[in-house]
Design a protein around this ligand. Structure first.
Ligand code: SAH
Length: 407
């Protein structure tokens, strides 16, 4: 008989595949100089190239006319086309753009770019325009959360640093070119809440974060405070991240305060249960001084009872009261074919009010992009496989199958 709770081998190694071609954004400063020497270019060309890429957000050496034709040809080898755009879907009057990209080996990843501060008349709101990009860190995901569209795809492979950085560059370029309503602007925030578990692709994610936050021309000059790394709860990697000296925001996808429910929703909980995860989050806040974001997707009759709001408040405040956390309630995005359903409006409100009443800082996340398959992994899932008929309705816990972890 098969073991219903097989031992979890987390941080699942991706299947062996060809590596993405080497890109400028994969290279350290020293490696960039080496690449110049290999191409027979003087070292100062590295600065010129960096300015095109980091400052002007251009990835097309053929347009860099301050280099000779021969040099442009040489340099082009360092700028392979890593992300081939298949589709852009827009909603919210164009202020939300979801992009689907094909990688060199045919795998698919998504980004969602959201511009805030536009009023209905598309004029600038009082706080000015802010733009946030949601990026993917893996093709697919091995964490198998059953309510998540990416979870159903399984892990295809880790992205390289440049495949992550290129998502940011392309979005920043789109904004700079005035591709979104409100006119030309810049990117302020990057959240690792697209496809994949960023802490299971730690090295590449950190390399990408360092480049995104490096001052131009070496990088794109985004503030590390504007970056958020979201995890389903890889506890040792949270500890490691706390030691990096980077003031990035940590988001913890908690979704339930009790292990019984969380074991079902986030299978990695069987390896690192709620108490360990919240201890790691609390340590992260203490070490970095950054407030941790606690993500909680509300699912009808499953995790949305006020008793669970109380339990959550107890767990968070039991570790400290100095404002080390903020709770983000997420109305569940419907994933076609999935039995998981968003909470009723009144239950969502009751949950939020109970947290507020307990003094817990809480917001209900604005769910952008619903009508363009806004949920994590949905667009790629729609392209990769036919989706089963929807089975809308509330989830009967006794009938719902336990998630089968592949991690
Ligand atoms: N693996 C990381 C980041 C990717 S998912 C993590 O788990 O945090 C980003 C966020 O979207 C997570 O909080 C995840 O639980 C949530 N999410 C996934 N599917 C969703 C859905 N259908 N509706 C709402 N939120 C969802």
């Amino acid at each position: 008989m098969s073991d219903p709770n097989p031992p979890l081998c987390l941080v699942e190694p991706p299947p062996p595949r060809g590596k993405p071609p080497r890109h400028w954004a994969d290279l350290t400063a020293a490696e960039r100089l080496e690449a110049m020497a290999e191409a027979g270019l003087p070292a100062f060309r590295a600065k010129q190239i960096a300015a095109h890429y980091g400052h002007h957000l251009s990835g097309q050496p053929e347009t860099w006319t301050d280099l000779s034709l021969e040099h442009r040809r040489q340099v082009a080898r360092l700028f392979p086309d890593l992300l081939h755009k298949l589709e852009d879907r827009q909603c919210d009057g164009g202020a939300t753009v979801k992009s689907l990209y094909r990688l060199f080996d045919g795998e698919l990843v998504e980004t969602v770019l959201m511009r805030y501060g536009l009023t209905e008349e598309l004029t600038v709101g009082p706080r000015g325009l802010r733009s946030t990009l949601c990026v993917s860190s893996q093709a697919g995901c091995g964490m198998a959360c059953p309510f998540c569209a990416t979870g159903g795809l399984g892990l295809k492979r880790n992205l390289s640093p440049a495949e992550i950085v290129e998502q940011v560059r392309q979005a920043a370029r789109l904004l700079a070119d005035g591709g979104l309503p409100g006119g030309p602007g810049r990117l302020h925030n990057v959240v690792f809440m697209g496809m994949g578990e960023p802490l299971a692709n730690y090295r590449a994610v950190l390399a990408a974060v360092r480049l995104i936050t490096a001052a131009p021309p070496a990088g794109f000059g985004l503030s590390a405070r504007g970056l958020t790394i979201s995890t389903c709860g890889l506890v040792p990697a949270i500890g490691r991240l706390a030691q990096e000296g980077l003031p990035v925001t940590l988001a913890v996808s908690l979704h339930a305060p009790d292990d019984e429910t969380r074991d079902r929703l986030v299978p990695v909980n069987r390896r690192w249960p709620v108490a360990q995860l919240l201890d790691a989050a609390w340590d992260y806040a203490r070490v970095t001084g950054r407030r941790v974001s606690i993500e909680y997707a509300l699912m009808r009759d499953l995790n949305d009872q006020v008793a669970r709001a109380d339990h959550l408040a107890d767990l968070l405040q039991g570790r400290g009261h100095w404002g080390w956390f903020h709770v983000n309630l997420i109305p569940l995005n419907r994933v076609p074919g999935s039995p998981w359903t968003a909470s009723r409006r009144r239950d969502q409100e009751a949950f939020r009010r109970r947290l507020e009443g307990r003094g817990v800082p809480v917001t209900v996340r604005d769910s952008r992009g619903q009508e363009i398959d806004g949920a994590c992994g949905q667009l790629a899932a729609a392209w990769s496989q036919p989706v089963a008929d929807s089975t809308a309705g509330s989830v009967d816990l006794s009938a719902a199958p336990a998630p089968r972890p592949t991690v």
